[in-house]
Design a protein around this ligand. Structure first.
Ligand code: FCB
Length: 450
């Protein structure tokens, strides 16, 4: 049987290690004007010329809004323990202060179906689809949005309570803040150093404000937040400072306030003129204890100082890259996990909430698609997780990104991260070799653990 190979003593082979697949609302759902949903910043951004490759948008995406039942059945078929999805804020609160029962009902059916099929649900509240009506009032540049997020978290958790097994407040606040409000390559497309840092603080405040609400409405569920993190390496021995700074800004800036109750000094010093207004008490709110930390890992960064003393990324010419241009570097995942474990005392258990590869796998031939690069990618990264655990890091689960090909943000549909191929003309789903291998691994594990 063709499966991912792991050492027989691997914790990943034990039945309490959680295996899953992940998606997010805007990337798969479509149905953007159905069920009472109003536009998010991504609907607006996609309709702005030259923002998204090929002018793609999420109007239809994988049509999961209509095909969810067959999709959940397919997920169960993979033998996973859990499904990580996100809720679209503008389906739940299509207007300021208004809770939409139809939006809640859509997700309730999905959650019930997952449970009926023996899978747990990991639900992210914010995977980047901010209601446009909030952006119209400043979006994440407006401190008020943090309080609006808390209201939304209240609406969801009051309705679902413990039924959602694991809640995630935010997915990758780095991307929301910096790609959305600093560099402008994601919605809402704002460019400004101060804006980026201001948005980041409001996002972290939103997380912190939501935590006690989630805990009181869902006392038996787990609550936490998901960060993207790329470990950085110096290009030469003179560049260690560049690598250190890169990690500080890219993920310590987001994780330290949660796990240490402070912003990293390296960033505060270098970005002094761009520092957001931090009110007294904010860091206490943000540093409320979390039950787990989610880590999304794709690649590493090699950094150097250029002639002007600025920090820049060095492309690793000879190395293997995926179709999207990201270097394949599994050792980075082990290193990252070990570094996190060292940096944060008593770090809560970690879930790898995303890991995966975009490959050039556009055509299904005779019902088959041999995505051999992705198979190798998953194999090497599962080993990397195993190595980190053996080095003493507590990792409790692994979610592949992604269940199926979907709307890859500014890259549109041309970048395919799925284990399952989606034909966007027919909405036909086809398991790629990586999915079959995942399934075989999980079925064999279940058999062994009987
Ligand atoms: C992450 C996102 C996810 C997907 C992958 C490739 O940054 O969380 O939605 O786009 O990258």
């Amino acid at each position: 049987m063709n499966k991912y190979q792991l050492p027989s003593d691997s914790k990943l082979l034990q039945s309490d290690f959680v295996f899953g697949v992940a998606t997010s609302s805007y990337q798969i759902e479509g149905g953007v004007a159905e069920g009472g949903r109003t536009p998010s910043i991504w609907d607006t951004f996609c309709k702005t010329p030259n923002k998204v490759d090929n002018g793609d948008n999420g109007d239809v995406a994988c049509d999961h809004y209509h095909l969810w039942q067959q999709d959940i059945e397919m997920i169960q078929g993979l033998g996973v323990d859990a499904y990580r999805l996100s809720i679209a804020w503008p389906r739940i609160m299509p207007q300021d202060g208004v809770v939409n029962p139809e939006g809640l009902a859509f997700y309730e059916e999905i959650i019930d179906e997952c449970h009926a099929r023996g899978m747990k649900v990991y639900v992210t509240l914010y995977h980047w689809d901010l209601p446009q009506y909030l952006e119209d009032k400043g979006g994440w540049l407006n401190r008020e949005t943090s309080y609006k997020f808390a209201e939304y978290a209240r609406a969801v958790s009051a309705h679902f309570g413990n039924k959602i097994d694991v809640y995630t407040t935010l997915n990758e606040p780095f991307v929301s803040a910096f790609l959305g409000y600093r560099w402008g390559n994601h919605a809402p497309g704002i460019k400004g150093e101060r804006e980026g840092f201001l948005a980041s603080h409001h996002l972290m405040l939103a997380h912190g404000l939501a935590m006690p609400i989630l805990r009181s409405n869902a006392p038996h569920s787990k609550h936490g937040v998901v960060f993207n993190a790329s470990p950085a390496y110096p290009a030469t021995s003179k560049d260690q400072g560049a690598a250190d700074y890169s990690e500080a800004e890219n993920y310590h800036w987001f994780m330290d306030p949660v796990l240490k109750g402070e912003y990293p000094q390296l960033v505060v010093e270098r970005q002094l003129v761009n520092m957001p207004m931090i009110l007294e008490g904010d860091l206490d709110i943000i540093s409320a204890p979390v039950d787990y930390v989610g880590i999304n890992y794709y690649s590493r960064d090699v950094m150097r100082y250029n002639e002007n003393g600025d920090i820049e990324k060095v492309i690793q010419e000879g190395a293997e890259h995926t179709f999207i241009g990201w270097e394949v570097y599994p050792q980075g995942l082990t290193d990252l996990l070990v570094r996190l474990n060292e940096r944060y005392d008593n770090i809560p258990p970690i879930y790898i909430t995303e890991n995966g590869a975009a490959c050039d796998d556009h055509s299904v031939v005779n019902g088959q698609l041999n995505d051999e690069q992705r198979v190798r990618y998953f194999q090497s990264h599962l080993n990397a997780v195993d190595q980190a655990i053996k080095a003493g890091v507590r990792v409790d689960g692994y979610f592949a990104w992604s269940l199926m090909d979907n709307f890859e943000w500014a890259f549109g549909y041309c970048q395919r991260f799925g284990m399952v191929h989606v034909d966007y003309q027919t909405q036909q789903r086809t398991l790629k070799q990586s999915a079959i291998t995942y399934r075989n691994t999980l079925l064999a594990r279940a058999e062994e653990n009987k």
